[in-house]
Design a protein around this ligand. Structure first.
Ligand code: G6P
Length: 312
């Protein structure tokens, strides 16, 4: 992206500009009457959302995040697509699909009458994507920066056969101290526990999904990596250390992922600090596991989330 030209075409005086961020990656910076936000065209990824009246950003980005072509940026809201988690066909393709490590095209920016700002970024199939995943597609992420943050990911199947995808808005939230955090809204729902492994002696030890029913709020006192199934629309992160609650309203999603790497996994990740697990939690809006979506030729699917602070 030519930054000068992008500013001429898409800049909004006093509200939106495009600048070179870390690693030279183009960043769309928004500062409107409601909030400040930063969106990376690499990955089509929101990196920051800070309502003007909030003390802190809602989103977490690791201090050690890579801003390098070919690697995912750890933090904000990565787009995982067209698969969530490890390569479903075990062909050695990247975890969480390939669009979070690609440049997206800036399609449009708009100042809305209510003072909010809207940005659209797109990503389509090309030779490189078809080598990994042989399908035609047009993906669009629409970000609305108001006193809440709206992110909508629309998949259009531009090919001639149905496609099936799993996907995530892999939102990393900043928290004060994860050991005191509770995630609300999932009591009574079943989850696949990716930390627990089936017992030795089971038919397929370590491979069979362990299903558990959530009782009460989710607390964090060890690694958490769960796919909640048949979930409802609203989730809340209660964060007493920052004296705030973050509300997540979801559409087009029948599953949710909750992840915190805790101590050991944090040490193993090169793009994450040893102690950063205390300051973050991922609560993700997904179509994961049995919630995969099949989109007919010419059809589309919209996965969306709205994030905001709960005000008393
Ligand atoms: O490090 P990333 O590629 O961003 O993925 C981080 C995590 O994402 C999800 O929440 C998965 O459930 C985890 O298994 C994974 O470790």
């Amino acid at each position: 992206m030519d930054i000068g030209q992008a500013n001429e075409e898409f800049g909004i005086a006093g509200v939106l500009s495009i600048c070179a961020g870390e690693g030279g990656f183009p960043i769309i910076c928004i500062d409107n009457e409601h909030a400040r936000a930063e969106i990376s065209s690499y990955g089509g990824q929101v990196l920051s959302f800070h309502p003007q009246r909030a003390a802190q950003d809602l989103l977490f980005v690791s201090e050690y995040a890579y801003f390098q072509p070919g690697k995912a940026i750890k933090g904000g809201i990565p787009v995982c697509w067209p698969w969530f988690g490890p390569d479903p066909e075990a062909k050695g393709r990247p975890d969480h699909g390939f669009v979070r490590a690609r440049q997206w095209r800036l399609l449009g920016t708009e100042a809305m009458v209510d003072g909010s700002t809207r940005v659209r970024l797109g990503c389509r199939d090309d030779e490189a994507s078809r080598a990994l995943w042989p399908h035609a597609f047009a993906l669009e992420v629409e970000v609305t920066v108001a006193d809440t943050l709206g992110v909508a990911l629309t998949t259009r199947n531009t090919g001639e056969a149905p496609i099936t995808v799993t996907q995530a808005l892999h939102s990393y939230f900043k928290v004060g101290d994860v050991r005191r955090v509770q995630v609300l809204g999932l009591a009574g729902y079943e989850y696949i526990d990716k930390v627990a492994r089936s017992e030795p002696g089971a038919a397929d030890p370590g491979q069979v999904d362990v299903h558990i029913t959530q009782s009460g709020p989710i607390n964090f006192d060890g690694p958490v990596n769960r796919i909640y199934l048949d979930t409802g629309e609203r989730l809340v992160i209660d964060d007493p250390a920052l004296s705030r609650q973050i509300r997540i309203d979801r559409e087009g999603s029948g599953s949710a992922v909750v992840w915190n790497p805790w101590i050991e996994q944090s040490k193993q990740m090169g793009d994450f600090g040893d102690d950063e697990y205390l300051q973050m939690v991922c609560v993700e809006t997904t179509n994961a596991a049995a919630d995969a979506v099949t989109i007919p030729a010419g059809g589309s699917h919209r996965l969306a989330s709205r994030y905001g602070l709960v005000h008393d």
